[in-house]
Design a protein around this ligand. Structure first.
Ligand SMILES: [Ca+2]
Length: 361
C-alpha cells in the first residue's frame, strides 16, 4: 500500500469551535467578522513564479466569514434551494464532445497520495477523478459527511461557491480582499501569523509535514485531511484558517503576477487576460491560502501572498471557500454569475482538472 497517510477512518473529527454558526438569508451576518477599510501591501518578493512583488492596494470595509464555509452551512443552502453542485451533474455533451459518456459522469478530484519514488512533476500521480465524489461524499461514493458538520465543504466549483454566496446576498472576495483579510492587520509578513516559520510543535495551520505527496506525519494534528474549521488560532482580524486547511475561491481571474494596483482593487484582470501558462486554453480563478496538502518542501503556498489557478468548473477534495458582504453596494446588485460548467473556449479543455498545476497540493 502506498504510504499516503490518507486517513479515511470513519471516525469523525471533532469540532474545534464551541458553536457552529450557520447563516441563512434572514440572518445574513451570522458567522461574519467586520474588516475595516484599509490600504496594504499586496504580494511579496516572489517565492513562486506566479506571485508578484508588493504593491499598495486599497480595499473598502467588508464583512467576511470567520471560518471556511462548513458542510453544515452548505447543507442548509442545499436544503433551502435544492441546488446541485457541478460535481453532482453530468457534463454536457455539446460542451465536451471529446469526452466519453463515462468521462462526463458526475465526479470530482480526490487526493489519493502516492508511493515513495513518485514523479513529483505529475500531479496525476496523486489525484484521481472519482465518479460519485462530491461534497456529500468527499472521498467517493462510499464516504459521507455524517458527523462532519464542522469540516469545510469541499468539491465545490467556483459557480457552486458563488451560488451559495448569492443565496445569502453576499459575494466571494476579490483576491485583494482575501489577502488583506488573511494578513490580519500585519504589514509585510510572510505568514498570516507573522514571520516565524511553521513550527510543528506549535502548529498554526493545517498543512502537510513530511515528504509530499508520500508521507504526512500529521504533526499538526490532521494527517492528509482537512480539519474542522477553527482548530488553530485566528489571525489579527479574528479569522480562522486563512492559511492551510482548504484552498479558497476568489473572484479574480488568474494570470501570473499582479495587476497594477488601480485594477487590483476592482478585482484583477478581465477574463480575456486570464492565463494559466500550463493550461492556457482554460480561464481560471485565483485560489488562495493553500491547503492541508501544502508542504514546505513542495507547495509552500500557505502564505497570504501565494496564489494558484483554479479551473472554474472543477472542485476537489482540498478546495473550499468563504464569503464576504461588502459595506458598500449590495452584492445582489452585482451581475449574475457566469454560466457553468464550461464556457466559450473551455469546451475541449481538461475536465474536472486533469491534474493541472492548481492541484499540486
Ligand atoms: Ca495537517
Amino acid at each position: 500500500m502506498a504510504a499516503t497517510a490518507c486517513d479515511r477512518s470513519p471516525a469523525a473529527p471533532k469540532a474545534c469551535l464551541a458553536r457552529l454558526e450557520v447563516p441563512d438569508p434572514s440572518h445574513q451576518h451570522v458567522g461574519m467578522v467586520f474588516v475595516p477599510a484599509g490600504t496594504f501591501a499586496m504580494g511579496a518578493a516572489p517565492l513562486r513564479a506566479e506571485e508578484g512583488p508588493p504593491r499598495t492596494v486599497q480595499v473598502g470595509g467588508f464583512w467576511i466569514d470567520r471560518t471556511e464555509v462548513t458542510n453544515a452551512a452548505f447543507a442548509r443552502f442545499v436544503a433551502a434551494t435544492g441546488y446541485r453542485t457541478l460535481a453532482e451533474r453530468p457534463l454536457e455533451a455539446r460542451r465536451y464532445p471529446n469526452l466519453t459518456e463515462a468521462q462526463r459522469a458526475p465526479s470530482s478530484l480526490v487526493f489519493v497520495g502516492a508511493a515513495p519514488g513518485v514523479d513529483r512533476r505529475s500531479p496525476a500521480n496523486w489525484w484521481r477523478i472519482i465518479p460519485g465524489a462530491d461534497w456529500r461524499h468527499p472521498q467517493g461514493p462510499d464516504s459521507s459527511i455524517t458527523g462532519r458538520d464542522a469540516l469545510p465543504v469541499v468539491h465545490v466549483a467556483y459557480a457552486d461557491a458563488l451560488a451559495y454566496a448569492r443565496w445569502l446576498g453576499r459575494d466571494l472576495p476579490t483576491e485583494a480582499e482575501w489577502e488583506y483579510a488573511a494578513r490580519g492587520g500585519l504589514a509585510g509578513k510572510r505568514y498570516a501569523w507573522g514571520d516565524q516559520p511553521a513550527d510543528p510543535s506549535k502548529p498554526r495551520a493545517n498543512t502537510w509535514q513530511g515528504v509530499f505527496p508520500v508521507l504526512d506525519t500529521g504533526a499538526d494534528g490532521y494527517k492528509a485531511q482537512a480539519a474542522p474549521v477553527g482548530c488553530y488560532a485566528p489571525n489579527g482580524f479574528g479569522l480562522y484558517d486563512m492559511a492551510g486547511n482548504v484552498w479558497e475561491w476568489t473572484k479574480d481571474w488568474f494570470k501570473p503576477g499582479l495587476e497594477p494596483a488601480a485594477t487590483e482593487a476592482l478585482g484583477g484582470p478581465p477574463q480575456a487576460l486570464a492565463l494559466d501558462p500550463n493550461e492556457p486554453q482554460v480561464p481560471k480563478h485565483v485560489i488562495k491560502g493553500g491547503s492541508f496538502l501544502c508542504s514546505e518542501d513542495y507547495c509552500f503556498r500557505y502564505r497570504p501572498a501565494a496564489r494558484s489557478p483554479g479551473p472554474p468548473d472543477s472542485g476537489a477534495s482540498h478546495i473550499g471557500f468563504r464569503t464576504i458582504l461588502r459595506a458598500g453596494p449590495s452584492p445582489a446588485a452585482a451581475p449574475p454569475p457566469a454560466p457553468a460548467p464550461g464556457g466559450p473556449g473551455q469546451a475541449t479543455g481538461p475536465v474536472r482538472g486533469a491534474g493541472g498545476p492548481s492541484f499540486r497540493s
